[in-house]
Design a protein around this ligand. Structure first.
Ligand code: BGC
Length: 730
């Protein structure tokens, strides 16, 4: 009896408590009700607090109502180490090391959207475990010039490739109840003068080249947060840009998430209030080095906004609209009680980081089957700083404290045995720093002499060079000064070749470099910042355990002037008087090389394999299509070699007689096919004809003309394997 009474009392208590659960905490209620309920309970000051930083990487939520703080972290290649509350120093925690995943250039080079999903999911799991609600990535700015310090954080030069790769990444992150934050919206195509530069670009280039990946991230990926860029667009800062945010992002694309600043990219209260900015972070910093501490009340979206509302200058509804979005972000992340707990540094994270690295490495030249390096060699010279430099560090905000980073040298030792490897640095750079170049303390001459000594006695030389994450290399806040390899590497390679012709080069970078020695070396691998398993993946390809299958996500020009942005001089890059005009318009990357008939050193989409593939003829299901149709193409691909391998088949479309200038052809589909030795497979790919349209700046809409189109089946942008012609009629 007693038991019954107490359980009855308990249920009554539960009923009365649950009857009191406020609507905003009731997960059975529609999100919009919950948002309105929470909003109605908040004071003006509480609302203001929700929309600007309380520390370097957090906003305060609303403690009185139990609405948690929002915690953010960089991004985009792993969860960054903890940063101090109020300045940029590392907080010195001992439990904040992470899995370093390969840089996004590498992810793009895999041409494998499924891997992108797994990448996002693994990152989301680690972010969740570290109690981060927002991961500041991915970056989807288009690779316009090989000098841009941040290209390694982006997905290459092609809007279609970057769109297809960004969507699964976002979905993967967000299925963990962690928000992705797609950045930097928009036109952050150079780091030089990034705080001030004003970009002038045509509508057509904006819609066809620079916005598609952002749009895909919003409309297909369903991203919950977007970060503004530092630069201006048409005279207005991007983080509170009327056209970009109010009209395009929130208007045309229907984005219902949070628009936040980059760290220190807000400049004006009125614009921030009216032009769609929802959260302000990092004001009075240049995003890297300096900042006023504890200045949060002075932020544009703090006291100045509060005062204007109190004075009746602006209506509170403007604030409510922002708070609604922040609350929605809370409900999607840290107030979603069903979200998983995450995990970090799990064995499957390590395995995934390795697999992405293996699939992204690109083999560019392989004379006389130089690679895989034969096991009969007893003296393999490994020369170059990038064989040992920890490249998950540096580069700016994407720096990582990787728990483990297998160096290429270690990878080579593991594969070939310590006794068979001769190693020396060859050249040296200083430690990474975000705002200046630090010199190396080592003597360049002695390093060269030692390298030549080793090269002379070796059976084979592997030179591990490229760029690194030091300032003025692949690092945010500044661009490279030219396209050459730094630290005297070109001279060193030439000298090595004089003493040993059996030399191959492994370039590690996030950008194209000039290669004056290309004709003299036997083989070349383009590798990337590969993260925790860098060396294992690299040595895997070098030894042949892994058959390379990466393809270049950007064109490599012979020289800088061959690149579209540089062709037009300073007005186009880096700008004059803080303004630049994208004279290259829609013709960037391979679109430029093809139209202007300027051969690249290596084209977009190019990459070799240790096996060979035979493409069958392309066929289409019809020859005449109407609007709304899809072209279904079919072809066979055969692995004609002796080992299994993978090929990223590319489909480009070109219009015969357009009424406006159009590129010769543009990527509209790709598929990565994994084939056993001797295997042949038939594949069908469906491509909506609407994707053949161009952006008509006069009408402000996409236009598909009745015309003949060529469908190119290709192994790179430069190598068509077979083609078909179709017609589009109304
Ligand atoms: C970078 C952002 C980054 C932010 C926070 C800025 O300097 O541009 O990409 O997310 O800092 O670290």
């Amino acid at each position: 009896m007693k038991k019954i009474t107490s359980s009855l009392a308990l249920s009554l208590l539960f009923l009365s408590v649950s009857a009191q659960v406020p609507v905003y905490l009731d997960e059975t209620k529609p999100v919009n009700y919950r948002i309105e309920d929470a909003l109605s309970r908040m004071t003006l000051e509480e609302k203001i607090a929700m929309i600007h930083a309380q520390s370097k990487f957090s906003t305060p939520g609303c403690p009185r109502l139990g609405i948690p703080e929002l915690w953010m972290s960089d991004g985009p290649h792993g969860v960054r180490m903890e940063i101090a509350w109020d300045d940029w120093t590392h907080a010195g925690w001992t439990n904040d090391s992470c899995t370093a995943y390969p840089a996004l250039t590498c992810l793009a080079a895999t041409f494998n959207p499924e891997l992108s999903f797994q990448y996002g999911n693994a990152l989301g799991e680690e972010a969740r475990f570290r109690k981060k609600d927002v991961i500041l990535g991915p970056g989807v700015n288009i690779y316009r010039t090989p000098l841009s310090g941040r290209n390694f954080e982006y997905l290459g030069e092609d809007p279609y490739l970057s769109s297809k790769m960004v969507v699964p990444y976002i979905r993967g992150v967000q299925q963990n109840g962690v928000s992705a934050c797609m950045k930097h919206f928009a036109l952050n195509n150079q780091e030089e003068n990034r705080d001030k530069i004003n970009v002038e670009v045509s509508d057509r280039a904006l819609y066809e080249i620079y916005l598609p990946a952002f749009r895909a991230g919003v409309q297909e990926g369903g991203v919950w947060a977007v970060m503004g860029s530092y630069n201006k667009f048409r005279g207005q800062y991007c983080s509170h840009n009327e056209l970009l945010i109010n009209e395009i992002l929130k208007g045309d694309w229907g984005f219902d998430g949070v628009m936040m600043t980059d760290w220190g990219s807000a400049h004006d209260t009125r614009e921030a209030v009216y032009n769609g900015l929802d959260i302000e972070m990092g004001s009075w910093t240049n995003g890297l080095t300096w900042g006023e501490s504890s200045a949060y009340d002075k932020y544009y979206l703090a006291q100045p906004f509060l005062k204007a509302i109190q004075d009746g200058k602006w209506p509170e509804s403007l604030l409510d609209e922002k708070v609604r979005r922040v609350l929605r972000l809370n409900f999607r992340t840290n107030m979603d009680r069903s979200r998983a707990y995450g995990k970090k540094l799990a064995p499957e994270h390590t395995a995934l980081a390795r697999r992405i690295a293996e699939e992204g490495i690109v083999l560019l030249k392989n004379k006389g089957e130089f690679f895989p390096v034969k096991r009969s060699y007893k003296k393999i010279a490994v020369i170059g700083e990038n064989a040992v430099k920890r490249l998950s560090q540096g580069g700016g905000s994407s720096e990582l404290k990787a728990r483990e980073e297998v160096s290429p040298l270690q990878g080579m030792i593991n594969e070939y045995g310590r006794e068979n490897i001769l190693f020396t640095l060859g050249y040296a750079s200083g430690n990474p720093d975000y705002s200046r170049e630090l010199p190396s303390g080592l003597d360049a001459d002695s390093l060269t002499q030692e390298a030549l000594k080793i090269a002379k006695e070796a059976d084979i030389v592997l030179f591990f060079g490229g760029l690194n994450k030091n300032y003025s290399q692949d690092c945010e806040g500044g661009d490279r000064k030219n396209m050459d390899l730094p630290y005297g590497q070109n001279e060193l390679i030439e000298k090595i070749l004089r003493v040993n012709k059996n030399t191959g080069v492994i370039l590690i970078s996030g950008n194209a470099v000039s290669m004056p020695w290309l004709g003299k070396i036997n083989a070349l691998i383009q590798s990337w910042y590969l993260g925790s398993q860098a060396g294992a993946a690299t040595a895997g390809v070098i030894s042949g355990h892994i058959n390379p299958s990466g393809k270049l996500p950007f064109s490599i020009p012979v020289k800088l002037e061959d690149n579209s942005a540089h062709y037009f001089g300073k007005r186009s890059y880096p700008g004059v008087s803080d303004t630049q005009h994208y004279e290259d318009d829609i013709l960037i990357g391979y679109r430029w090389h093809e139209k202007k008939k300027i051969d690249p050193q290596f084209p977009f989409g190019y990459g070799l394999s240790y096996t060979t593939f035979r493409y069958g003829r392309i066929s289409t299901d019809k020859t005449i299509y109407s609007k709304g149709d899809s072209v279904i193409i079919s072809f066979t691909l055969k692995n004609t070699g002796k080992i299994k391998g993978a090929e990223s088949v590319q489909v480009y479309i070109g219009q015969e007689n357009p009424s406006v200038m159009r590129p010769v052809k543009e990527l509209k589909a790709f598929r990565k096919l994994f084939l056993e030795a001797g295997e042949e497979r038939s594949t069908r790919i469906s491509i909506p004809v609407e994707s053949f349209a161009f952006y008509n700046a006069k009408t402000g809409s996409w236009m598909l003309e009745e015309d003949k189109f060529t469908v190119y089946l290709a192994s790179s942008s430069q190598k068509t394997e077979s083609s078909a012609t179709i017609k589009i009629r109304n």
